[in-house]
Design a protein around this ligand. Structure first.
Ligand SMILES: [Zn+2]
Length: 159
């Protein structure tokens, strides 16, 4: 059985005046994540987990924030490109598990839409894309609503 585990983590600042993209979904909020791309912290963590499982480095190697052509890019495109990179190595994703750390807003009602977007891009079932959310009980930079964190772990299988 040729399976590989991958892990990814990503952080972004939250600032006023930005759209808040999470898991490919635009979340209505008074702040959004700051970054060179659309700053979708969940999609970035999943990209890193995919690349890591295939030992292909990290998202910054393949999509550097110094690349002007990537400025403001939709992270769904980065997710699709990362998937193609692991497919070129003969891998496909078995399942994803992830956790978002965010004080506000509540994400429960948005999670099914995120699962659907990610499953569609990666040709998975929605039940293969687990997304959980937690606050940090008002502690630290997440608790002060200064930032958002995503953790993702996934399994790859060699076809
Ligand atoms: Zn990121």
């Amino acid at each position: 059985m040729n399976i590989r585990i991958g892990f990814g983590v990503d952080y972004h600042q939250l600032v006023a005046g930005r759209n808040f993209w999470l898991g490919g979904v635009n979340i209505p909020h008074i702040k959004g994540a700051l970054g060179h791309s659309d700053a979708d912290v969940l999609l970035h963590a999943i990209c890193d987990a995919m690349l890591g499982a295939a030992c292909l480095g990290d998202i910054g190697v393949h999509f550097p924030d110094t690349d002007e052509s990537l400025k403001g890019i939709d992270s769904k495109i980065l997710l699709d490109r990362s998937n193609k990179l692991i497919q070129e190595q003969g891998f496909c994703i078995v399942n994803i598990d992830s956790t978002l750390c965010l004080q506000a807003p509540k994400l429960k009602d948005h999670i099914p839409a995120m699962q659907a977007v990610i499953a569609r891009i990666l040709s998975l079932e929605v039940t293969d894309v687990s997304i959980k959310a937690t606050t940090t009980e008002k502690m630290g930079f997440v608790g002060r609503e200064e930032g958002v964190v995503a953790y993702a772990t996934l399994l790859l299988q060699k076809k």
